[in-house]
Every structure is written in C-alpha cells, then in structure tokens.
Design a protein around this ligand. Structure first.
Ligand code: PLP
Length: 381
C-alpha cells in the first residue's frame, strides 16, 4: 500500500538535490574544517558557502549565522545564553511556544527571573495590548515564535519587537515553522536573534542555526575549541551544514511558487473538511500556507490518525513532539478551545511533493473513517 505524507511540520523528506550536495562530505571530503591541509580547506569552504546561503535566505550577513544542531539547541542557546549575560528580570514568552522555548524559559525562574506567558486570542494570535501590559514590568528577554507549529498562525513579531526594543529587552523569534513557507527577513522582523532548523525545509536533521545581531552578547552553551566564533564549540558537522545550505538555497529559489501551490491545496482540503463538519483552528488568522488544524466533534484525534495511518496517510495529532502526552494541545487550550474538542485535534501539513489527487484521496479516507467512528460511537450510546 502506498503512503502519503501530510506531516511536514514534524519533518520534511530530504530533497534529492540536497542529498547530492551532502554526499561528497559523507564520502571522500571528510576533512576537519579546522585543518590547514587540502581536505580541511575544502570542508571550511563548504561551510562558508553554506553560511552564505543560509544568510541570504533570511537577509543577514554570513557572520551573523551560528550553526547548531537544530532548532532546539538554538532556542536553548538564546534563552540560556542571554540569561547568563543579563541581570535577572522578566522573560516574556507566548503561551504557545514550542517546549524548547517554554522549558528553558520556565527554568529561569530558578535563577531569579519572573516568567510571563502571553495569552493568545481565539484565533491563536498574540495580542499586542498584552505585550504592552507585560512590558510595564522591567523585562530582559522576549521570545515569540514567528509561526506556530500546530495552527500555522503567524505572530506579529515585528510589532512585538518594536515594543520590546522600546522597553530595552532582547527580542528573539523561533522561525523554525515559518522558514521556507513565508518570507523570513531578520532585518524586517527587527529581532535580536532568530532560530532556524534544516529538517523542516527539506534539509537534514541535526542542523540548525541561531541568527544573532552582533550588538548583543550571548554566553555559549557549549565551550571548547571556539568554533562558530566561540558560540558553539565542537567539530562542525560538515555534511549536515552543507545540506542546510543547499536546502536554504532551494527554499529561496521556490518560496513563492511553493507557497502558492500549498495555499491552493490547503483550500481544497479545508473545503472538503468543513463540508464534512470539521472545526478548523486558527483559520481566521493569517497562517503559513501549508498547515491545517482541525477536529471533528466527538471523535478522538489519536484514533483518527491511527485509522488514517492504516489507510496509508500520515498526519499528526497535535504537536508531534508531544504525542506521548495524552493531554489536549496546550496551544488549543491557550486559544480557549474546549478540551473535549481539542482532544480531537488533527494537524495536516503539506509539503512540496503533495498533489491535488493525494488531497482528494485523503478527503475520501477521512470521510470513510469519520463515518465509521461516528457509527461506533452511536452504537455505544
Ligand atoms: N521550534 C518549533 C516551532 C518546532 O516546530 C520545532 C520542531 O518541531 C523546533 C523548534 C525544534 O527544532 P529541531 O527539531 O530542529 O530541534
């Protein structure tokens, strides 16, 4: 049986061209980029080129790119690295941050920081008025994601950054779920730091970056040989970094074409889902074009995804990273969605190889599964 993947917010397949770019560095070009001989110089040049490509995608200078092992490390590096430098005050995050922002932020409470979570509207968006209220208390750090991993809702990061800067706070955004889906311009967002990850943009897992405004100083998480301008020691993962660079170049080359295609496919799937009676989450707000988040009243999301998997479709219940957690999605609860409905949440996220035919087949499968599950529930009553 064929398998159709609609879970690109969890991870994306490695693009064939990206793999091609990586292969030499997994085979013959095994040099350590710190070595002065030919193999080392080749590795260093490859890293430099990747750095230029990632920088170009987000409109920064290459020297602002710190390569890390991924989004999780970049978020930890910013929050812990900033907290090490700044005097303890308040850290402000949104209530819908990924755990790799929410947890390091919460941990700052043990170091004398006050941790404040901004509520979101029913459409899943941070309200600027709440930002202003929060910033009346002296604040050192603000971190609000650019696009939410579950709903896809785009947050008003540039506006929040303006308020944060006026309050003399350092502003960070986790742009992992926005990259490759909408334009992500570090300068225009006006932030001090920004997190990226390669495996959500058809690059390899285990590679990411923290983009940093050189006017702020962060303490490194990992000390050692002084790699990445002392911000992240450890021999560079050259194949993964090269793959990240190739994925960044690919993302830049097809951004608007891909966004348009995703938008059309999402409209198609959401039309079908609403006709079947699904409730859509975050659809009133501006979203990244590939993501749709929905539920059917009375149908458990976990059961729905298991049944869809049996029919050959890969979708997610809530956030993939917390699928071991049976609690309803914290993002949906923060949006004021009733727990009964939130338990039914299914996240559908499109990628570059999905087609209209796949979407139609998926809708047929959802219809079949939903009517089966509704019959079972009716029989049980
Ligand atoms: N931030 C967001 C919004 C994410 O969705 C994810 C991954 O799901 C991460 C950070 C973590 O990135 P990585 O998997 O590269 O550690």
């Amino acid at each position: 049986m064929s398998f159709t993947y609609f879970d690109h917010n969890a991870t994306s397949p490695l693009d064939a061209g990206v793999l091609e770019a990586m292969l030499p560095f997994l085979r013959d070009q095994y040099g350590n980029a710190s070595s002065r001989h030919d193999l080392g110089i080749t590795a260093r040049r490859a890293i430099d080129q990747a750095r230029e490509r990632v920088a170009a995608l987000v409109n920064v200078r290459p020297s602002q790119v710190v390569f890390t092992s991924g989004g999780t490390e970049s978020n930890n590096l910013f929050i812990k690295g900033a907290a090490e430098i700044l005097k303890p005050s308040q850290i402000v995050i949104s209530a819908i941050e990924h755990p790799c922002v929410a947890k390091p932020a919460a941990a700052l409470a043990r170091k004398g920081w006050a941790v404040r979570r901004l509520a979101v509207t029913g459409a899943g968006k941070v309200d600027l008025h709440d930002v202003d209220v929060a910033l009346q208390t002296p604040t050192g750090i603000v971190s609000v994601m650019l696009a939410n991993n579950e709903t896809g809702v785009i947050q008003p990061v540039a506006e929040i950054a303006e308020h944060a800067r006026a309050a003399k706070a350092w502003m960070h955004t986790d742009a992992v779920q926005a990259l490759g889906k909408i334009e992500v311009d570090f300068e225009a967002l006006n932030v001090h730091a920004m997190t990226l990850s390669a495996h959500k943009i058809y690059g390899p897992k285990g590679a990411g970056a923290l983009i940093v405004d050189k006017r702020i100083e962060l303490a490194p998480l990992i000390a050692g040989g002084g790699h990445e301008h002392g911000m992240r020691s450890g021999t560079e993962n050259v194949p993964a970094i090269v793959g990240f660079g190739a994925a960044a170049e690919l993302a830049a080359s097809r951004l608007s074409e891909l966004a348009l295609r995703m938008e059309k496919l999402r409209a198609r799937v959401e039309q079908g889902l609403t006709q079947m009676g699904a409730v859509l989450f975050g659809a009133q707000a501006t979203r990244v074009p590939n993501t749709s988040y929905f539920a059917f009243r009375g149908i458990d999301g976990e059961t729905l995804i298991i049944e869809l998997d049996k029919l050959g479709f890969g979708v997610a219940a809530g956030a993939a990273c917390s699928s071991a957690n049976p609690e309803p999605s914290a993002t949906l609860l923060a949006m004021g969605i009733e727990p009964e409905i939130a338990r039914g949440a299914v996240r559908f996220s499109l990628g570059s190889s999905n087609t209209a035919q796949q979407v139609d087949e998926y809708l047929k499968a959802v219809k079949l599964v939903v009517s089966r599950l509704k019959n079972l529930t009716a029989m049980a009553v």
